[in-house]
Write a protein that binds this ligand. Sequence first.
Ligand code: PEP
Length: 249
Amino acid sequence: MRKPFVAGNWKMNTDSHTSVKLVERIACGSEETAGQSITVAVCPPFVYLQAVAKALSSSSIAVGSQDVYFEREGAFTGEMLKDVGCSYCLCGHSERRHVIGESDELINKKVAAAIAGGLLPILCVGELLEEREASQTNEVVTRQVKEGLAGLIAEKIQAVTIAYEPVWAIGTGLTATPEQAQEVHDFIRKLLGQMYNKKLAGEIRILYGGSVKPDNAADLMSQKDIDGSLVGGASLKADDFLAIIQAAV
Ligand code: PEP
């Protein structure tokens, strides 16, 4: 019963002209599916959020931010992001965890602040290559999910989407096999069932991210617990992103 969800993370790409052109093409190509049979969101760089949201004002494609800050005042608060047209925000993307050094505790504050500010957080989790090789995937993901959602009661959790993104697959061209991804998604769903309840765990969308492309999207998305994808590189090409959306419907 979970509606598929495909989100594009543009990172620090595009400019004021190409960001708008890109969403116009995505909106045009997904007119019949976006919003109805699938949730589609794009996460442009902060500086283009407003222009992209404006270009999408009559479309069903949602806008998300690539991060959020947990304080009410100052830059990047949930309220500000809502004000410029965001519905979603990424929290704990691997680049913020491993390049900027964000802790689970900080990410948890961001998830909570996003919900309090009326945003729908996409909590990103995933193991490093050495953690997978040391068979620590479940342990890492358990910590990231438990600490990322700490203190949030079931009612709040309904706002959350989880994105499982093995770090070794992000931007590397290496993708988890559908079976590898399904195994972790199933593990996360069971974990959510233990933390909250089975019904709620069955309703939360868990996206896969890590070198999703038009040619591997359908196989990944055919897995029982994979509800869509968080797409980096391929979300910058309208035709590729549209093909991934189509594969998820
Ligand atoms: C990402 O940035 O979240 C991502 C999954 O990137 P890519 O699709 O390029 O691996």
